[in-house]
Design a protein. Structure first.
Ligand code: GLC
Ligand code: CA
Length: 552
């Protein structure tokens, strides 16, 4: 890569993933270019100008590897090839080159916990008990009653073990039976998978998001998981057991350190880990002396009730739990979770955008959230996600529907009926319509992103809580002599932010505050009136302290 072609939108080194914004693309649903109703790599490349316009720094692609698509690409049958549905390796190389030309980084999804049952490794492994690849997966004799070797449950419901009748043993799968778990205790598996990382790093990818990283190591003795006394009927079946032995084992840190060491062979690549664990366990994934994931994905905003006090507590606890030097990150949604607008409503989705893009730490933005996509209804005959078939109501199709680009047929996503339905509001909820509306949620995202880029206080500044009063949360971001305050109204009622509280400075300082952005649009440059800023229901304000500014 020439010096020029190097993505350097931000500062050098690791600062790109600290100060930058990650945008998740679910490639099946971004842009179809060959009229089969499924998004593809050429489609992502065709939309890079949009991402550059939006102002994000990196694109994380959900899996595009060769796959029979039992779990839509999270069942990989060849880690070093692109599925023909998405294109070719040449298309991938073109995407990376075009992204880098626009100073956008590319983050690959890496799926090391399990392969597809069609992966040649698993085909060999299941061929016979003494096949050299047998131990690359997790095989056990049946339990005493002939049933599964232990009580572990699949994340998609049902037993986590499937009997292979030909060889008389069960294999373990934390997800679908089509997704056998690799045995990460086997050194050959480790070597093979580290080579996969190098394969993509050599092609120029800027990092990885590692799928279910906390699952990689299981208890060596495969002990039964304890029953969860707090289980409430109706929750996913996996929650009926405490995942004490099936995941989050101490040995996983060594594996992650090995992955990290591979990335360190290259310059400034990022390692992101998918981890659904309580805070105190989550932060362990930064690793001893930060030898683990750069960014253990923080999903707490997805799991915390949408109220000012709960969110204030969360931010405080997360900030306090971070290890020295550990860089925070925040996520509002992804391809596995109901969309933010579906969870909190359209009005609060705007407040959420301000929160995501003004907190301290790398934000990851899920495609479509910037146009306010909500929960798209999926008629029964259009269901695709296997989880929905196993456990109705759990399906993830509603958050995986096509991106909406313009009014007209298929919202510009495809020329044919897409693999999942479009939002019924696609004629108005699309990029072309919203990009020109000053008050749209898309405009809000673009402004916030620009603001974050413009103000070091927002991208790399310190965080300090200021107040939580009723529905209103106020915090401060500060860098050098720049001070920014964010006031978010998580309620629907109008109120006032006391500019004295908002200032919390000795006498006379209040006139220093000025509105940089309102989630409702407009108001830029506004000063407090009678010592207050009006804050409407569902509104968030970003204020800056203008040291030199005096007010009459
Ligand atoms: C992760 C992915 C999810 C997938 C699962 C199994 O949670 O995000 O989509 O189904 O892993 O790979
Ligand atoms: Ca296609």
């Amino acid at each position: 890569m020439t010096e020029d072609a190097k993505p350097a939108r931000l500062l050098a080194g690791e600062l790109w993933w600290k100060a930058g914004i990650v945008y998740q693309v679910y490639p099946r649903s971004f842009q179809d270019t060959n009229g089969d109703g499924v998004g593809d790599l050429k489609g992502v490349t065709a939309r890079l100008d949009y991402l550059a316009w939006l102002g994000v720094d990196a694109v994380w692609l959900s899996p595009v590897y060769r796959s029979p698509m039992a779990d839509y690409g999270y069942d990989v049958s060849d880690y070093c090839d692109i599925d023909p549905l998405f294109g070719t390796l040449a298309d991938f190389d073109a995407l990376v080159a075009e992204a880098h030309r626009r100073r956008l980084r590319v983050i690959m999804d890496f799926v090391p916990n399990h392969t597809s049952q069609d992966h040649p490794w698993f085909r060999e492994a299941r061929a016979s008990r003494d096949n050299p690849k047998r131990d690359w997966y997790i095989w056990r004799d049946p339990g005493p009653d002939g049933g599964p070797p232990n009580n572990w449950i699949s994340n998609f419901g049902g037993p986590a073990w499937t009997l292979d009748p030909a060889t008389g043993q069960y294999y373990y799968h934390a997800f679908l039976r089509e997704q056998p778990d690799l045995n990460w205790r086997n050194p050959q598996v480790r070597t093979a998978m580290m080579d996969v990382l190098r394969f993509w790093l050599d092609r120029g990818v800027d990092g990885f998001r590692v799928d279910v990283i906390w699952h990689l190591m299981k208890d060596e003795g495969l002990r039964d998981n304890p029953v969860n006394p707090d289980y409430v009927a109706g929750e996913p079946e996996i929650n009926s057991l405490v995942q004490l032995h099936s995941a989050d084992q101490p040995e996983v840190m060594q594996v992650i350190a090995e992955m990290r060491a591979v990335l360190e062979e290259y310059d400034a690549r990022v390692l992101i880990g998918e981890i659904y664990l309580p805070l105190e366990r989550l932060v362990a994934y930064y690793g001893v002396d930060l030898s683990g994931a750069h960014l253990p994905f923080n999903f707490q905003l997805i799991q915390t009730p949408w109220h000012a006090p709960a969110l204030a507590r969360l931010i405080e606890e997360y900030e306090a739990a971070l290890p020295e030097g550990g860089w925070p990150n925040w996520v509002l949604g992804n391809h596995d979770q109901p969309r933010i607008a579906a969870r909190v409503g359209d009005a609060q989705a705007r407040v959420a955008a301000v929160l995501l893009l003004t907190l301290r730490g790398t934000p990851t933005l899920y495609y479509g959230d910037e146009i306010g996509l909500g929960r798209v209804p999926i008629p029964p005959e259009r269901v695709r996600d296997p989880w929905e078939h196993n456990e109705p109501g759990r399906g993830r199709d509603p958050e995986r529907t096509p991106m909406q680009w313009q009014p007209g047929p298929q919202a510009g996503f495809s020329t044919v009926e897409p693999w999942l339905p479009l939002d019924p509001q696609a004629q108005t909820c699309n990029v072309e319509v919203l990009r020109d509306e000053p008050g749209s949620i898309l405009t809000l995202h673009r402004r916030l992103i620009a603001l974050r880029r413009e103000h070091a206080a927002l991208s790399v500044g310190d965080y300090r809580p200021v107040s939580v009063d009723g529905d209103v949360l106020v915090y401060e971001r500060r860098h050098a002599d720049e001070t920014i305050r964010v006031a978010l109204n998580f309620g629907h009622g109008d109120c006032k932010v006391d500019a004295d509280i908002a200032v919390a400075q000795p006498e006379g300082a209040r006139e220093g505050w000025e509105v940089l952005l309102s989630s409702a649009g407009g108001r830029r440059g506004e000063r407090p009136l009678d010592g207050h800023f009006a804050l409407a229901g569902d509104e968030a304000l970003v204020l800056i302290r203008r040291a030199a500014a005096a007010q009459g």
